[in-house]
Design a protein around this ligand. Structure first.
Ligand SMILES: C[S@@+](CC[C@H](N)C(=O)[O-])C[C@H]1O[C@@H](n2cnc3c(N)ncnc32)[C@H](O)[C@@H]1O
Length: 499
């Protein structure tokens, strides 16, 4: 980006803040853009990925992100069959830090409050590794569509997707979550280099409007955090009003929280600390210590865009009024979808049970709780409270729909299972031209001998060649096809196709 396109009010403020560092900061706008991707740990490890198709990607590790790598622009990872198999997620390198600070542990209940389009949700899901529960939310319904698609693409089985105002979630999820990410809407100053439009939008989404929203989001999230839990608050902006000052004001109102410094391993990755002197009236004593445990990523000090993050831990001892609130919420009876009909009676799900018994090699129906709305059936993770009155976009993993007594498996089901979990597989190699033809939506010629057939979970009788087939690339699912008489009918969804 040309520095002359930067708003002068922005550069004047940065000059005043950074003083002798300002020249280096401005020089970073002449540097080339950086590109990052994160290997999807739900599907494979970085070592397994590197062993697969090394020559297509030139990857170098991002020091602060577990599975994160820089790639070269000419690698075009968005235009590769592995992208369609969800083997990685394309994400700006600095944006990978907040989830590293969240310290997600197996079986955690995690909320991603401002989640669309889902970069950090997919990272949290990988850290959960199929355990626990991930609740993701975004206030803008148009952005939630991308969020749903990204979670499906990387094969998440244990999430629910909401499209709600956080204040309407607070009583349902009171003291419920172990970890909460607030990747807050912000003035986006750290993204001016990457997205020139952000600089043009800056006046409109100004610092003042954003900081009022951030103030509310922090307090709403605090009400949904379990004792001993952690909130990570992050922005992609430089303004102290949205960063250090938000944290200082929050700690003033919430002395039961403390700021946790990054682990020694992360601290050595080129991160900078928050700046207490930028808090109006300058934070002093313990407030200054707290603010200096927050994190800044500066584009002139590391290979990434500008970000800020703070990990806020709630003390473990619950106040008497809060004790037990989370588990009381979890014990409420089953959910009702706003705008959807009541859950179907168990008998209506018979076609699904029949299908799963002959088409799958694992006990899908034991993974969670089946919920259905209209003809759509979802697998909801265990322990979700009653969602009455909340706008739910996905009450669980979408596994399929019921049409005239038949079960039709969803694309999300194909993406969420492993090759070893289907009875009928078309295993394509990444070098087979038919993989691109499949991704374009074409019918394929497939000899019966090319199918891998197995027996289902409930029997030792081999599956017949005719029927629903999981199409895979180098062992990873990309979608469904239906095989009959040497032809594979294409079931790859319209909106996902290779163009
Ligand atoms: C920085 S973006 C999130 C990016 C996302 N975490 C990711 O990694 O892909 C902020 C998001 O907050 C959403 N948002 C704005 N105000 C919100 C609110 N009050 N509650 C929930 N989400 C909100 C916006 O729609 C936007 O998608």
């Amino acid at each position: 980006m040309n520095v002359t396109q930067l708003p002068s009010a922005f550069t004047d403020k940065m000059k005043h803040m950074l003083q002798e560092e300002f020249t280096d900061f401005m020089a970073s706008y002449d540097e080339p853009r950086l590109f990052g991707l994160r290997i999807n740990g739900i599907k494979l490890s970085p070592e397994e990925f590197q062993a697969k198709k090394r020559e297509d990607f030139h990857l170098t590790p991002i020091p602060w992100a577990d599975h994160g790598f820089y790639y070269q622009e000419e690698n075009r990872p968005g235009k590769h069959p592995y992208y369609h198999a969800g083997l990685y997620y394309i994400q700006e390198p600095s944006a990978m830090l907040p989830v590293e600070l969240l310290d997600v542990q197996p079986n955690d209940r995690v909320l991603d409050l401002c989640a669309a389009p889902g970069g950090k949700s997919t990272q949290i899901a990988a850290k959960l590794g199929g355990t626990g529960t991930l609740v993701v939310n975004d206030i803008h319904s148009d952005r939630v569509k991308a969020l749903v698609k990204n979670l499906e693409l990387i094969g998440v089985r244990n999430s629910i997707v909401l499209n709600e105002r956080p204040e309407r979630m607070m009583s349902t999820f009171a003291s419920f979550f172990d970890k909460i990410l607030i990747d807050a809407p912000c003035s986006g100053e750290g993204m001016f280099r990457k997205e020139e439009d952000m600089a043009r939008q800056w006046e409109k989404h100004g610092v003042e409007v954003c900081s009022a929203m951030q103030h509310d989001l922090l307090r709403q999230a605090a009400a949904m955090l379990a004792p001993g839990g952690t909130i990570v608050y992050s922005t992609c902006t430089f303004s102290p009003e949205e960063n250090e000052m938000q944290i200082a004001a929050f700690l003033d109102d919430h002395p039961e929280f403390e700021v946790v410094a990054p682990s020694a391993a992360l601290a050595g990755a080129g991160l900078s600390t928050g700046r207490p002197e930028w808090v109006s009236g300058a934070a002093k004593g313990s407030a200054a210590d707290a603010v200096s445990r927050t994190v800044r990523l500066w584009p002139h000090r590391l290979k990434g865009e500008g970000h800020f993050a703070a990990a806020l831990r709630l003390s473990a001892a619950p106040a008497p009024a809060e004790a037990g609130a989370s588990h009381a919420a979890a014990a409420k009876p089953a959910a009702k979808h706003r705008g959807g009909g009541p859950a179907k009676a168990a008998a209506d799900l018979a076609p699904l049970h029949a299908w799963a018994a002959v088409e799958l090699r694992f006990p899908l129906l034991e993974e969670g709780k089946l919920v259905s709305f209209g003809e759509h059936v979802y697998m909801q993770p265990h322990g979700i409270p009653n969602l009455a009155g909340i706008k739910v976009v996905r009450p669980g993993w979408y596994i399929g729909s019921l049409h005239k007594g038949r079960f039709v498996p969803a694309h999300a089901l194909a993406m969420g299972i492993r090759e070893s979990e289907a009875v009928r597989i078309l295993p394509l190699s990444v070098d087979d031209p038919r993989i691109i033809r499949y991704l374009k939506g074409e019918t394929l010629e497939v000899d019966e001998a090319e199918l891998k057939l197995h027996s289902p979970v409930a029997s030792n009788k081999m599956a017949p060649a005719k029927g629903w087939s999981l199409v895979t690339v180098d062992g990873y699912p990309v979608g469904w096809g239906k095989w009959l008489d040497g032809m594979m009918k294409n079931e790859y969804p319209q909106g996902w196709r290779w163009t």
